[in-house]
Write a protein that binds this ligand. Structure first.
Ligand code: AMP
Ligand code: GLY
Length: 426
């Protein structure tokens, strides 16, 4: 009888929980803090994902056998170290390995040292030095906050003035607090982007099926960057040849490099890749599942997710065979009108019960709450609707059938998730 705690409360955690429910080994699932939709599949616990001590106390007192961390902040803060100190089993990297997401300066240096392909860069902690460097650089140029910035710390600058304004925002005005006191300035790369999430047990790294994310708010990649407006899996451009090159030049070398540095990585390494004309390069590492990539990757997993998590913690990933379904998935995010800027909350969500009748549609809740027995909107990204089909076209069609069943006031979604385009980053 396994009691599992999942830390986080978005669509990603909902997708993890729905997959864990399929495991015969898992009996009870708790989620901290969870959300209204998750409360239908797990017992939600009112503890913030960053309140590490309270989470560890909860795991001890409720005799939780295994904890899975979905979100980045607690990992970067050291939740795994605290749980391990108390003898609690937990899936995720320790603080010294989660730094691959927590510090871009660190991850760039690691890639440089171990010859892992990535954009050329320099790191600065002095504003004037950074400005002088910009003046000598080719345009466009990319300015990145070193630390976590809710996915908003990357600025692509077309002119020197724009780059100086970006540096000022990060380093002087401290728009993202301490995260911007150091910056990485890097070469602008072009090419389609692919997300490959992978399981890692410290030695062995096993990539999952590929996915692509649409980050901009509006169709045709217009509007502001968001946390992700939709995803699909597999990627059309991630060929077996590219996958092999990534395995040999990026995935294995990253796991080896971390081990060599005494930062053994157990958990999920998310490789944000750009397929450039010079081959695949790393745009970013994350130390956790992607959101909303998870909502298209996990439904395609055939094997028992809980067994894989255990193998990662036990260092036995090479002993198990991870199987995927030969199908495709597409996820469309239903957002509150106005997101990623200001938006209203509290609208009733209709039609979810229609989606529930379909076994080729999954509804993952991100920002919902319950009021008078009804789901209401409670965040920018409200719900992810995933369609599963035999191929991508089918999956996309099914996802949009699901979208058509759901309704709330000021609902906004992209109509071009998964649409095939040439020369565009999707
Ligand atoms: P990140 O938060 O590092 O994933 O960056 C957000 C987005 O900025 C990426 O998905 C890319 O579309 C873009 N980006 C980041 N770095 C570069 C780069 N060196 N060249 C071009 N685009 C980039
Ligand atoms: N979908 C991008 C991320 O999870 O970072």
């Amino acid at each position: 009888m396994m009691r599992v705690l999942v830390v986080g409360g978005g669509g990603r955690e909902h997708a993890i929980i729905i997959k864990l429910k399929e495991s015969e080994k898992v009996d009870e699932i708790y989620c901290a803090p969870g959300n209204a939709g998750i409360s239908c599949d797990a017992e939600c616990v009112d503890i913030k994902a960053t309140d590490i001590l309270a989470l560890a106390d909860f795991a001890e007192s409720r005799k939780i056998d295994f904890t899975v961390v979905g979100m980045d902040d607690p990992l970067v803060m050291g939740i795994v170290d605290e749980f391990e100190k108390r003898g609690l089993r937990i899936f995720g990297p320790r603080k010294n390995a989660a730094i691959i997401e927590g510090s871009k300066a660190f991850s760039k240096e690691l890639m440089k040292k171990y010859d892992i392909p990535t954009a050329k860069y320099e790191t600065f902690d002095d504003f004037n030095d950074a400005c002088s460097y910009i003046k000598k650089s080719a345009l466009p140029i990319v300015v990145k906050a070193d630390g976590l910035a809710l996915g908003k710390g990357v600025l692509i600058c077309e002119s020197i003035e724009e780059a100086e304004a970006a540096l000022k925002q990060l380093m002087i005005d401290k728009k993202f607090g301490k995260s911007g006191s150091k910056v990485v300035i890097e070469e602008f790369l072009t090419g389609p982007e692919v997300s490959v999430l992978s399981f890692c047990d410290g030695n062995t790294v096993v990539p999952m099926v590929s996915a692509q994310d649409h980050k901009r708010a509006f169709d045709n990649d217009k509007g502001l960057n968001t946390g992700g407006m939709g995803t699909f899996s597999p990627s059309r451009i991630y060929t077996p040849e590219i996958a092999d090159a990534c395995m040999e030049k990026i995935f294995k070398p990253t796991a080896r490099a971390l081990k060599k540095e005494g930062r053994e990585f157990k958990g999920i390494i998310y490789f944000g890749l750009m397929i450039t004309k010079d081959g695949p390069k790393v745009i970013e590492y994350n130390a956790r599942f992607g959101d909303p990539e998870t909502q298209v990757v996990l439904p395609r997993l055939e094997s028992d997710l809980f067994e894989i998590f255990e193998a990662c913690v036990d260092g036995t990933l090479d002993k198990i065979d991870i199987k995927w379904k030969d199908n495709a998935a597409a996820c469309v995010i239903l957002a509150s009108g106005g997101y990623p800027e200001s938006y209203q909350k509290g609208f009733v969500i209709d039609g979810l019960e229609k989606c529930a009748q379909r076994d080729d549609i999954y509804v993952y809740h991100a920002g919902t709450a319950l009021k008078d027995g009804k789901f209401i909107t409670n965040g920018g990204r409200v719900i992810g609707v995933t369609g599963i089909g035999e191929n991508l076209d089918e999956a996309i069609k099914i996802a949009y059938e699901g979208v058509g069943m759901v309704e709330f006031e000021k609902m906004h979604f992209r109509r071009d998730i998964g649409v095939k385009r040439e020369n565009i980053n999707s």
